[in-house]
Design a protein around this ligand. Structure first.
Ligand SMILES: Nc1ncnc2c1ncn2[C@@H]1O[C@H](COP(=O)(O)OP(=O)(O)OP(=O)(O)O)[C@@H](O)[C@H]1O
Ligand SMILES: [Mg+2]
Length: 255
């Protein structure tokens, strides 16, 4: 397996029309680690995440400047094939987004096919099973692989989306509040998965759940009003934050 790359965000600015959402943000995400991003609603977490895989520019009147590097690769270089880039940088959203007309099997297989990986039927089945095993969904769906993805519960659909993202062996995984709609058991399953991915995938996890950030991440970044206030090893950020704004947020004085 290829080693996970670092993600370096440099002097990023992003806006929607006249509304600025990210100001001069620089963040280094360590290769193969989990970087958690916390901060109050509207502070720009999702926008920042969407700048990493160039999804932001598909919003109306969206603008972006600055740089993002995944390993040595400049995400905003002119020659970049954005579709291929988004396969290297998988994304999972707060609400599950399975392909509604496809079966469970096809939801995972479609990503592998679209990535241009040519595989025999047997190899494809093996890859689909491996991805479903990794996301913890396999025992629940192995007997109904050709049933509709929409027949799954919300938590199961979310794990299906994670399996779909993992099936193409992404270098980076962007997770935007992936457990917000999940029950405690499914949440625990996803947290364990994040732990297991360590070293093989570089993860950026946006979460409102500070216990979750403390449990699963190596470092945590705190954002406020489009600005990165502080980025530190998670234990240090949660126990001895260096910025008074971080401390105010952690102690519930705002947000
Ligand atoms: N499509 C859009 N068009 C216009 N403004 C937007 C759009 N999406 C987000 N914004 C604005 O950009 C700012 C940052 O939004 P963003 O969704 O990145 O915040 P967030 O930190 O992810 O919030 P939450 O925790 O609620 O998900 C907000 O002021 C929001 O209103
Ligand atoms: Mg958001």
């Amino acid at each position: 397996m290829v080693e996970a790359p670092s993600v370096q965000i440099r002097a990023l600015n992003a806006s929607y029309g006249a509304r600025a959402a990210i100001h001069d943000l620089s963040l280094d995400c360590v290769a193969g680690a989990v970087t958690a991003v916390i901060g109050p609603s509207g502070c720009g977490k999702s926008t920042m995440l969407r700048c990493v895989n160039r999804l932001h520019e598909s919003a109306a009147n969206a603008r972006v400047s600055g740089a993002v590097f995944v390993g040595q690769a400049d995400v905003y270089a002119r020659a970049v094939d954005v579709v291929a880039l988004r396969r290297r940088i998988g994304m999972v959203f707060q609400r599950p987004t399975p392909f509604p007309t496809l079966s469970i099997f096809e939801n995972v297989a479609s990503g592998i096919r679209a990535s241009g990986i040519r595989a025999s039927n047997r190899a494809l089945s093996d890859s689909v099973e491996a991805a479903l095993q990794r996301s913890g969904l396999w025992p629940e769906v192995s007997h109904q692989l050709h049933g509709s993805a929409l027949a799954l519960s919300g938590g199961q659909q979310q794990r299906l989306c994670i399996a779909r993202a993992l099936a193409v062996d992404p270098a980076v995984l962007l997770l935007d509040e992936p457990t917000a709609s999940l029950d405690p058991m499914s949440t625990q399953g996803i947290e364990e998965l994040l732990y297991e991915l360590r070293g093989t995938v570089t993860v950026i996890l946006v979460t409102h759940n500070m216990q979750q950030a403390a449990r699963v991440s190596d470092t945590t970044a705190f954002m406020l009003d489009g600005v990165l206030v502080e980025h530190a090893p998670s234990l240090a950020l949660f126990t001895t934050p260096s910025d008074p704004r971080t401390e105010a947020y952690l102690t519930g004085r705002f947000g």
